[in-house]
Design a protein around this ligand. Structure first.
Ligand SMILES: [Zn+2]
Length: 133
């Protein structure tokens, strides 16, 4: 008997992440990502799905030399605070040459493996951001 629920759940939960979809408030046009049930700006409940371009600017970043469990072997790595074109600010991994990473640099979302549970284990995918040359 396969453990269907344990496999299906992360996929369903991350569906919005795959498509990098947030939502937009009908009233004030504020965009939230990840999607929320209530607008973070005006508290409105009338929200529609909004596909995000996956483009943004690095507001700040940090290079980490120790990794949480599951990320071992990937250090050092960079985490950035990215302001998306549509407005939301998100925290995400930055990939590529550290020397190219800088505040104010343009980035775009790329789909990458995030981490893996052991050998042959569950692989998680998600968006990372790379510098736009
Ligand atoms: Zn609103």
């Amino acid at each position: 008997m396969p453990h269907r629920s344990s496999v299906a759940q992360p996929w369903r939960m991350q569906a919005s992440r795959y498509r990098l979809a947030g939502n937009e408030c009908v009233i004030c046009k504020n965009v939230d990502f990840p999607p929320r049930r209530i607008c973070s700006k005006c508290g409105g409940h009338d929200l529609v799905e909004k596909q995000l371009a996956g483009e943004g600017i690095i507001e700040t970043f940090t290079i980490l030399h120790t990794a949480p469990e599951g990320f071992e072997g990937t250090t050092p790595y960079a985490i950035g605070l990215i302001r998306l074109k549509e407005g939301p600010v998100i925290t995400a991994r930055l990939v590529g040459d550290f020397e190219k990473i800088g505040i104010g640099k343009s980035v775009k979302a790329v789909f990458r493996k995030v981490y893996e549970h052991g050998e042959g284990g569950l692989i998680h995918y998600g968006f990372k951001f790379e510098i736009v040359e």
